[in-house]
Design a protein around this ligand. Structure first.
Ligand code: RNT
Ligand code: ZN
Length: 421
């Protein structure tokens, strides 16, 4: 599409939205303020740099062997730079503890320090992006029993508590240097394949471990800890210690952030309807936006009804500033840069549609019990020209419009990622 065409389509769409009482330009401005925390682990199938050839364990699995995964920090950063050139807006990167700059040395999880992440902090600063952090409780010998912070063995718990302690300090240092709180996500794989009889005992240990480490007070100006629940994983089908009830209770009790991963619930259960409840009881929410398919929780984000419903709840609740949008998926069967770009762009498109809703008008119908009108408008909105606004936003930001990013990814593949063998 030519520049002029894009502009014209934008002007027309703007008018159409104006007739519904929606300020489209303002919606774009708001979208531009939304920083999505992009997970680093799609680039290399959650391998990390601690032991890149190690096995991915802990109930998660990346399936596929599409060529071109990032093999080192430099390749990962190059891939991110490519991704950033194909998406509008300013975003964040979510790092996992195993992605440190270990300089070719083996540094165990209970030994990591802020210095191992200094080159990330410097790089991020140079690129104008902020960082978030995740402790890594999987893919490690000391998690082989299936348990970490809730293991019966005090030595195993000591090791993982030390990991957590260090991760919090690293995240706080990132937050301090970037002048913006670093969101530190805590997800542990603990659980079992089959009927477990010591459910209470493990959960009590998890509570104690968390209490001990989180008792070290660190300013939320630097660090915001959040806890992520899960229903089941591969090999932990019957029991997961950090269940929804566990972490919801924990976060409410301790007035801390809760992470909702879109793929961590029963197959027909959605997170969109949880936001308006949880926002009443926890200070902030972190989202791991992903796409569940059957048993897998980590397919690439696409524009599904649930994605839109999540975006709508973020906007309709009026609590946008208390919801941190992050991504969490890993597909090793397709071009990984493409997976990033499609996921981010789809998340943005959902948010844009939500921001373009004449919510007050809908609420008025609702209050007057005119629910046919509410339904009809909601249907009409689906076919409104929101994509013309997204295209215009992309053009304004100097990134590819419409399908133009596909060719760029193919070129990057031809020149760069296909050569990684
Ligand atoms: C696993 C959790 C967790 C991980 C990342 C890699 O089921 O969703 O968030 O995906 O930490
Ligand atoms: Zn997650």
């Amino acid at each position: 599409m030519k520049e002029e065409q894009i502009k014209r389509a934008f002007e027309e769409a703007k008018e159409q939205y104006a007739s519904l009482g929606v300020d489209a330009a303002q919606a774009i401005e708001q979208l531009d303020k939304l920083s999505i925390s992009i997970h680093c682990w799609q680039a290399d199938d959650v391998s990390g740099f601690e032991n890149p050839d190690g096995e991915l364990t802990g109930g998660i699995q990346a399936t596929g062997n599409y060529p071109g995964k990032a093999r080192n920090i430099e390749e990962l950063r190059n891939d991110f730079e490519k991704v950033f050139s194909l998406i509008p807006g300013t975003h964040r990167i979510s790092l996992h503890a195993i992605y440190g700059d270990f300089g070719g040395e083996f540094v165990d999880r209970d030994q990591i320090e802020p210095k191992h992440f200094q080159s990330w902090i410097d790089w991020a600063k140079e690129k104008g992006v902020k960082l978030d952090f995740n402790s890594t409780f999987f893919s490690h010998d000391k998690a082989n029993s299936g348990y970490t912070l809730s293991d019966f063995d005090p030595e195993i718990r000591r090791f993982w508590k030390e990991h957590l302690r260090r991760c919090r300090r690293i995240a706080a240092e990132i937050g301090r240097q970037q002048g913006d709180p670093c969101i530190h996500n805590i997800w542990i794989p603990d659980g079992e394949k089959d009927k477990t009889v010591s459910r209470y005992a493990h959960r009590k240990l998890l509570q104690e471990s968390l209490d001990e480490v989180l008792s070290e007070k660190i300013s939320t100006d630097y660090l915001k800890d959040c806890v992520e629940c899960k229903l089941f994983g591969i090999g932990s089908e019957s029991y997961v210690v950090g269940s929804h009830e566990f972490y919801m209770g924990y976060a409410v009790k301790n007035n801390m952030l809760l992470t909702l991963d879109a793929g961590h619930f029963h197959p027909t259960e959605t997170i969109s309807d949880k936001l308006s409840s949880l926002l009443l009881f926890v200070p902030e929410i972190t989202l791991h936006v992903s796409r569940p398919e059957r048993w897998d929780s980590d397919h690439v984000v696409i524009l599904t009804d649930e994605l839109l419903a999540i975006a709508q709840e973020i906007v309709r609740s009026g609590q946008k500033d208390r919801v941190h949008v992050g991504l969490d998926y890993f597909d090793a069967s397709i071009n990984r840069i493409g997976a990033y770009v499609v996921g981010v762009r789809s998340a943005q498109k959902a948010m844009l549609q939500a921001l373009l809703e004449p919510t007050d008008k809908l609420r008025d119908f609702e209050k007057q019990d005119r629910n046919f009108e509410r339904m009809a408008y909601l249907e009409e909105l689906k076919a409104m020209p929101w994509n013309a606004l997204y295209s215009y936003y992309c053009q304004q930001q100097g990134v590819p419009v419409g399908d133009a990013y596909i060719k760029e990814i193919e070129e990057y593949e031809e020149q760069i990622t296909s050569k990684r063998v």
